[in-house]
Design a protein around this ligand. Structure first.
Ligand SMILES: [Zn+2]
Length: 88
């Protein structure tokens, strides 16, 4: 099943859930992009998506994450690895 279908099915099951549209695990920490981000009203984004879904609303966030999710996560991953190397 494709990611878009999975997200759509999940939304049907839990319409009120703070649906997570992006998720990444790094060094035992789980980072997510969910309703707190895509339904935010301020313009500060501190989540995983780096602003890509921020304040865009759920439909746009789901669509964006399906289309660009891997790209966004790859960018975050390489940035995290760079920071981790600096810390070591
Ligand atoms: Zn986000």
């Amino acid at each position: 099943m494709g990611l878009m279908k999975k997200l759509a099915a999940k939304r049907l099951r839990n319409p009120d859930e703070h649906m997570t549209v992006l998720k990444l695990k790094h060094m035992g920490r789980t980072m997510t992009c969910d309703k707190r981000c895509y339904c935010a009203e301020g313009d500060k984004c501190q989540c995983l998506c780096g602003g890509a879904n921020h304040g865009k609303g759920e439909d746009a966030a789901v669509e964006n994450s399906v289309k660009r999710g891997n790209e966004i996560l790859d960018a975050v991953r390489s940035e995290l690895n760079r920071q981790t190397e600096l810390e070591l």
